[in-house]
Design a protein around this ligand. Structure first.
Ligand code: ASP
Length: 413
């Protein structure tokens, strides 16, 4: 009997979680744990390496072909504006949710930052002011494409591919051979992704087993309230807000959406990287959710680096958590600053594990909170990163469906 890939992935995830908990129970020094986590680390990394192998050619071809397929200039304009509008709206909703939850539950109140002084010791926060952040973000947009491709600099590749796609549209028939070449390249990459996906159940099992085996559960439980607030609100955003938005705009039932998107969601959960998940996300959106390649190829890769609902929600909540720990009350104006810096921080965070932690420094500093507090958040970040990356990726998939629907409607009208 042949088990469907989706089911295999879920089984892999379940076995991985059970295995990881088993290893954790045996203790880090047990022989089984050492050998087990070593093998799982090896397998998990291989899976991520395979995804990363196809990532760069995939992003490059999918964005240029995506943009070029939008053909008509006016349509390109519309898709572009709708996409940005959706990204900003969904991240704004996530931040408001994160801030509201932190104001309501006040995690960290009563605990003191002194308690964590050990963790904070030896941690030197990289100073990054808002202005510096903006400068380095802008500076990173336009990079020699060969360097960007070689270094897997996804944001710079996205920008170059966008420009190339526009040039292909403007040039029209003159470049049809290049366009054809890129289209075939894209198809070829998706074929490789299909092969890699056969390893997904094993890779996901290994990644989750290793993650759970190496977690410091004592630390997690001491920050339990904060962890619960973050996980709870992130899931609320992922399972209620985003599906509701999707339903209101497109009429698609949540069940249908989750059925089509689950491969990507589980992969995002296990890899904690929107970029590594991107090949799977594209596959789900095009093959299971039937978004046109023109829209999917544009919205999804851009979203993987720019649109991060989970990260935005997390950073906003975490800023208030740190304020509580430091015994500082943030007023409405300061929370508004957190709102804006969080938006920029989430946009600027690359889709790799714990990237949000780096841009978090900027959010803390924008309202004068101690950047050293990152040291408290870092040890529990690998666990929180799972859920937040899953919702980041979900946002991109919902975005592509919403953009498809809205631009379709406008062009029908
Ligand atoms: N790991 C997240 C992602 O890849 C980014 C983050 O750290 O928030 O989407």
């Amino acid at each position: 009997m042949k088990i469907a890939l989706n089911t295999q992935i879920f089984l892999g995830a379940a076995v991985g979680i059970a295995l990881g908990l088993g290893f954790a129970k045996l203790g880090a020094d047990a022989e089984a744990t050492r050998h087990g986590t070593y093998i799982c680390g090896l397998l998990g990394n291989l899976f991520i390496d395979l995804l990363k192998m196809v990532l760069v050619p995939l992003v490059f071809t999918s964005i240029s072909v995506g943009v070029a397929n939008l053909r008509l200039h006016s349509q390109l304009h519309r898709v572009w504006l709708t996409t940005l509008g959706f990204f900003i709206l969904s991240m704004a909703l996530a931040i408001v949710l994160g801030l509201s939850a932190a104001n309501l539950f006040e995690p960290g109140k009563g605990l003191s930052l002194d308690l964590f002084s050990n963790a904070a010791q030896g941690f030197a926060a990289k100073q990054m002011s808002f202005a510096e952040f903006i400068a380095s973000f802008l500076h990173g947009l336009f990079v020699n494409p060969f360097a960007a491709l070689a270094q897997a600099n996804v944001l710079a590749i996205v920008v170059f591919a966008l420009l190339l796609g526009i040039a292909l549209v403007v040039g029209g028939d003159r470049y049809r051979n290049i366009l054809l070449l890129m289209q075939e390249g894209l198809e070829l990459m998706l074929r490789l992704v299909g092969w890699i996906m056969h390893l997904a159940p094993l890779g996901i099992m290994a990644l989750l087993a290793k993650l759970l085996a190496t977690q410091d559960t004592a630390l997690l439980s001491s920050l339990a309230e904060f962890v619960a607030v973050i996980v709870g609100t992130t899931l609320l955003h992922g399972f209620v807000v985003l599906p509701l938005l999707l339903f209101l705009v497109t009429g698609m039932s949540p069940l249908k959406f989750f059925r089509g998107s689950r491969e990507a969601l589980v992969t995002a959960f296990a890899t904690s990287s929107s970029s590594a998940t991107l090949p799977v996300t594209l596959r789900c959106v095009e093959q299971h959710l039937h978004v046109k390649p023109g829209i999917a190829g544009f919205v999804v890769p851009l979203g993987a680096t720019v649109n991060m609902d989970g990260t935005a929600l997390y950073e906003a909540s975490a800023a208030l958590f740190v304020a509580n720990l430091a015994g500082i009350e943030l007023d409405l104006a300061q929370q508004l600053i957190v709102f804006f810096t969080t938006m920029v921080a989430a946009i600027g965070a690359p889709g790799i594990p714990s990237a949000g932690m780096v841009t978090m420094v900027m959010v803390l500093q924008s309202v004068g909170l101690p950047a050293e507090a990152i040291a408290i958040l870092l040890p529990i970040d690998r666990v929180l990163d799972t859920v937040r990356t899953m919702v980041n990726v979900e946002g991109d998939m919902v975005g592509s469906l919403v953009v498809q629907r809205l631009t379709e409607r406008q062009s029908d009208a």
